[in-house]
Design a binder for this molecule. Structure first.
Ligand SMILES: Nc1c(C(=O)O)ncn1[C@@H]1O[C@H](COP(=O)(O)O)[C@@H](O)[C@H]1O
Length: 168
């Protein structure tokens, strides 16, 4: 699995299993919406440790700026990738089929030791991971900042509109 314009990808989206794709696709959709090149693939710290090591080791040299890593259950992938690369890693806890309500994944991504941070979003919140990656890239890209402001303005407008309709 590898979509997007992976030759010049700025964001790498990885997941522990293809079964995570229905959740992780939301991150790809956001990046597409903002016109950001990304790549998306399956990498597992547990099942493909060499692939995980090589992915994390080579990510920066290949031009990636941010990695979004999603996994369910004993979700070691985001933390292990963060331990190898200096790129910012955004972790997405995924509620997998036999999870303990997602808490297993949340805690294993969130509770990183000092020194190796993973920016953890809410359960299944790959959309927010895509937005956070966009905001990180926007710090060095004025046109992305403008788009992000417009996105937030639109959110605000919709809330104000719904508030107005209630008050009318
Ligand atoms: N947490 C990890 C890792 C890892 O952290 O390396 N590799 C796979 N998985 C997770 O196992 C769950 C079940 O996977 P399967 O559906 O393939 O059995 C998935 O949510 C995956 O992210």
């Amino acid at each position: 699995m590898s979509q997007g314009n992976s030759s010049s990808a700025l964001v790498g989206i990885i997941m522990g299993s293809k079964s995570d794709l229905p959740v992780m696709q939301d991150a790809a959709d956001v990046l597409k919406e903002f016109g950001i090149n990304y790549e998306i693939t399956v990498v597992s710290a547990h099942r493909t440790p060499e692939r995980m090591f090589n992915y994390a080791k080579e990510a920066q040299g290949r031009g990636l700026k941010v990695i979004i890593a999603g996994a369910g259950g004993a979700a070691h992938l985001p933390g292990m990738v963060a331990s190898i690369t200096t790129l910012p890693v955004i972790g997405v806890p995924v509620k997998s089929s036999n999870s303990i309500d997602g808490w297993d994944s949340i805690l294993s991504i969130l509770q990183m030791p000092n020194g190796i941070p993973v920016a953890t979003v809410a359960l299944n919140a790959a959309k927010n991971a895509g937005l956070l990656a966009t905001q990180i890239l926007a710090t060095a890209d004025e046109s992305l900042t403008v788009k992000m402001q417009a996105y937030k303005d639109e959110l605000r407008r919709k809330v104000e509109e719904s508030a107005d309709s209630l008050e009318a």
